[in-house]
Unconditional design. Sequence first.
Length: 460
Amino acid sequence: MSEYDLAIIGWGAAGFAAAIKASELTSNQMKIALIGTGPIGGTCVNVGCVPSKFLIEASKNYKEATKPSYRGITSNANINFAEFMESLNYFVSTERNTKYADVIKNFENIDMYEGMAKFIDNNTVAVNNKDIKALNFIISTGSRTLIPEIKGLTDYYTSDTIWNMRELPGKIAVLGSGEVALELSYAFSNFGTEVHIFNRSNRILKGFDEDINNHLINALKTNGIIFHLGQNFQEIINKNGKKSIVTEAGTFDNFDSLLVATGRVPQIDGLNLKAAGISTDNGIVVDDSLKTTNPIIYAAGDCIRQSLKLETLAGKEGVIAVENMLGGSRTINMHEVPWVVFTEPNVASVGYTEAELKSKNIEYDVRTVELKNVVKANILNSYDGIAKVISGKDKKILGVHVVAPMAAEFIIEGVYLIQNGLTYDNLINAMHVFPTVAESIKIGGQAFIRDISKMSCCMD
C-alpha cells in the first residue's frame, strides 16, 4: 500500500490546479498522488475549450475569406477539411504537452497513477489492484456527455468525438441547444454546412434572459442555422448512409451526420463513493468550502453538484479545495463567475439575470443598449446584439449581459464591477477606449442618467 498526504482523483483542470497549489503552499513537501484516466488535462484541453475555439476561429477565417463583410473586397478560399482537422489535433496535443505533461515534470513530490480509482473505505482507493491511502482526498473527475434515450440513436458524434471527423458534412443535425451545441453549430455553418438544431425545449441557453437568447437566435439564423425548438424526438432513422430525425412536428431527412450535444453530467460512476461516506445528488454534494460529507474528502469541478461547468471555475475550485483543506475558509460567489458562449456574436454574462431578480423579489433597474449605438460594432458590421446592465436601487451593478463581438474579452469588466460593489456612476466615470465594443458596457451605464440617442461619441 502506498500512503500520501493528498490523493487527487482526476487530472483535468481542477486536479492539476489542486496538485500545483498544494505543492506551492507546502514548498513541494506534500506527498501527492495524482490519479486519472484518459488523456492528461481532462476535458478542456482535449475535447472542450481548446479544440472548439480553434475550430471556431478557423471557421470565421474561412467564412471571411469566402464572403468578405466589407464592400469592395472580394476573395475566395478552399478547405481541405481532413488536413485542417489534423492541424487542430496537432495543436491540441501541443497544448496538452505544454500546459500539462511538461508542467507536471516540475513537481517531484507528485506521483502519477493512470487508472480508475475506486474507494475501498473512507481514506483508501484501489487503482489497478494497487491500494492508495491518503490523509486527504480531492475528487475532480469532471463530466461526461449525456446521451438521451431515443429510438434508433446510433452512429453519432458528441463533443468528445467530433474531433475524429475528417469529412465536412453537407448537412448536419444537432441535438441540443446549450453552449456546446451552439458553438459547434456556428462553426460548421461558417464552413458552409447546412446546420439544423433540434431541442425539446422551446428555448436555447439556460440561465439567460429571453432578450439575450432572442438576439443570439437572430444572429445565428442570419448565419444560416435552422432551429427546430420545442420538438420532442421520436426516432432517428438510418438509411443508405443518411439520417432522418422524426419529431412530433414531422420528419426531417437527408442528414449526413448527427451531433448529440444535449449536455454533460458528473463523471462519478465507478468511484464507489458510498464506501467513503460521500453523498451525491446530480453530482457530489459539497458545502461552501467544497468539503464532501466525508470530512477528509473535498471535490471540485464538473463532478460536483453545480449548474456551471467551466474550466476556469474548476481550476478555481481545485485551488480553494486545497486552501480550505489546509485550514482556509474561502468560498466562491457564483454571481461573480463569468461565462461565455463563443458564437459570433459572443454571449457573455456575469451576475444576476432579470429572471433571477424577479424570482427573489429584488428590486432593480435595467438599461439595454443596442449595438447600433456602438461605433466599433458598426465598424465591424455587427448590428444584432445588445449590452444589458442591471443595477440595484442603490445603483450598484448586479448583472452585465452582452451579445456582441469579442464580448468574451471584456466581460471581466462586469466581474470587477460586481466583485467590488461598484455603481453605474463608477462605470461612467471610468474612461473607456474609443472605439471599442467594450464601450457598450459604459454606454449601458450612461443610459441610467440620460437618453443615449442624444449623446455624442466619448460623452462622459
